[in-house]
Structures are given as structure tokens and as C-alpha cells.
Design a protein. Structure first.
Length: 275
């Protein structure tokens, strides 16, 4: 019998998750069907329950439902609990709903494995203090950077996040205006939503060096304003979030099925050139 999975969000039509998980299933010999579900903004819980009651086995969770997924769970994985959000869910016997969050693991694996850039001992800058940053911080800090600086339009928001995760590693906070006094980062991550609207975070070119990795956490938008700024500043290595997307999907697939898929061919298939 074919097992059913889906990704749920709003909007959701753009999602690459069905293609990714279909490729994983084919390549690992797993019998599953994976679909798209757009839930009403006020109907997440009911939509999840309907999918589960119809035989669904698990779901990926995307914007804007990651917090609701955490709240709905009967059991929270440690990564989801610490991040305060969930991006994967599975339904188990007795009505149990188990959630976890693989965003940070997907990001760290993409940087270190696919892009070949070690986080240990590096200076890392995270732009933005919203959900993208929150989901990634613990896993990034677990890889041993020399420091991780969170920059945000509102310094207090960044400081709140830094205080919350301070026990996990060397974490600082600043406002965008204070970035003028910070230079020479090895890795700069754009965790803001600016690129979704074609905007540019308030980032000075001095944040980059001739060896920096500039990483755009959204995917499929080509050379975003952030990446264009980095390119203009002489940054040699540019990446978007397609590898993060595939790597976090692989972690969820393994969590559901107990089989770890290869990711390289899928990343190559869905990568959009940065032009």
C-alpha cells in the first residue's frame, strides 16, 4: 500500500518538495505518494487532522504554519523545541503527532558538505532575527564557529534571540547600523525576507572579504540583491538555499522512512543558475 505524505503551507504552489521527495522515493525504492496542500490561514489544525484521518503518514510544514505545527504536537523533537518551530511532522499510533525541525541541519550540511566550507573557527554573520535565523542558530553554533553575529533592523530583537541561544555558543547581536564597525566575515547568511520582494538588507560591503561565502537562504530567485551586492564586492562564492531545501528534505525523509537518500543529483536538477 502506498504511503501518503505532503507539504502544507500558504501559499504552496511554488514548492519543490513534491519533486524532491518523489525523486528520493524513486531512488531509494520507497512506495510513497507526496502532494501539496494549501491550508486556509485559519484552518491549519483542521487540515492536518483531515489528512491524518484519511491515512496520511507525515507532512512537511512551511510558511506560515511552523509555530502552529509545534503547538499542535503531542511530542516535540529537541531541535523543534529549541527553535520554537517545526518543519516536519509524522503521525503515529494512538493519535500521536510528533514534530521536529531540520532547517538548521539542512543549512549546516549544505554549507559544510555540498559547498565544502567548514563552520568551525569561522566568523559568521546572520542577517535577520526572524524564523529563518531561529531555526538555524543551534545547528550552526554546534559546528563550532569562532563567533556568530546576528544583525537585525531592530537591535532589541536580535539581542533577545542572542540571549535566548547564548548557552549554545559564541553569539552576539547588533543593528544594521552597527555593522559598519564589523568587518571580515567568513560566511554571510541572508536570513531576511528582503529578497522575496527584491529588496536589499542594509549591509555594508565591508562585511565581505575576498574569501567570504555569501549565502542566500531563499532559493530559486537567481542573483538576488544580496548576492549581487556580494558579487560586486568581489565575493568569489555565492549560493542560494536550494541545497538547504534538499538537505532538510533528506533529513525528514530519513526520519519518516529510515532510509537516507542521496542529495547531489536532486540539488543539481532543481538548481537555478545565479544570473
Amino acid at each position: 500500500m502506498t504511503d501518503r505524505y505532503a507539504v502544507i503551507g500558504n501559499p504552496i504552489a511554488h514548492s519543490k518538495s513534491p519533486l524532491i521527495h518523489t525523486r528520493f522515493a524513486r531512488n531509494t525504492g520507497q512506495d510513497l505518494d507526496y502532494g501539496l496542500i494549501e491550508a486556509p490561514l485559519d484552518g491549519f489544525v483542521g487540515t492536518v487532522r483531515a489528512f491524518r484521518d484519511s491515512g496520511g503518514r507525515g507532512m512537511n510544514i512551511t510558511t506560515p504554519f511552523k509555530l502552529q505545527a509545534l503547538e499542535m504536537a503531542t511530542e516535540q523533537g529537541e531541535r523543534a523545541r529549541i527553535a520554537g518551530a517545526a518543519n516536519a511532522m509524522k503521525f503515529e499510533d494512538g493519535g500521536r503527532i510528533v514534530v521536529d525541525n531540520f532547517d538548521g541541519l539542512g543549512l549546516a550540511n549544505d554549507i559544510e558538505v555540498n559547498l565544502g566550507v567548514a563552520l568551525r573557527g569561522r566568523r559568521v554573520l546572520m542577517l535577520g532575527a526572524g524564523g529563518a535565523a531561529r531555526g538555524a542558530l543551534v545547528e550552526l553554533l554546534a559546528r563550532g564557529p569562532a563567533e556568530l553575529l546576528i544583525a537585525n533592523r531592530t537591535r532589541a530583537t536580535a539581542q533577545d534571540l542572542a540571549d535566548q541561544f547564548a548557552s549554545h555558543g559564541p553569539l552576539r547581536a547588533c543593528s544594521y547600523s552597527e555593522l559598519a564597525h564589523e568587518t571580515g566575515f567568513d560566511i554571510v547568511l541572508n536570513g531576511t525576507s528582503a529578497s522575496m520582494t527584491g529588496a536589499l538588507p542594509a549591509l555594508p560591503a565591508s562585511a565581505f572579504t575576498a574569501t567570504t561565502l555569501a549565502y542566500e537562504m531563499v532559493y530559486g530567485r537567481g542573483l538576488t540583491p544580496f548576492l549581487r551586492l556580494a558579487q560586486g564586492g568581489g565575493v568569489p562564492r555565492l549560493a542560494d538555499g536550494v541545497g538547504m531545501l534538499v538537505e532538510q528534505a533528506a533529513e525528514a525523509f530519513f526520519w519518516w522512512r529510515g532510509v537516507r537518500p542521496d542529495t547531489r543529483a536532486v540539488i543539481d536538477e532543481i538548481t537555478v543558475p545565479l544570473v
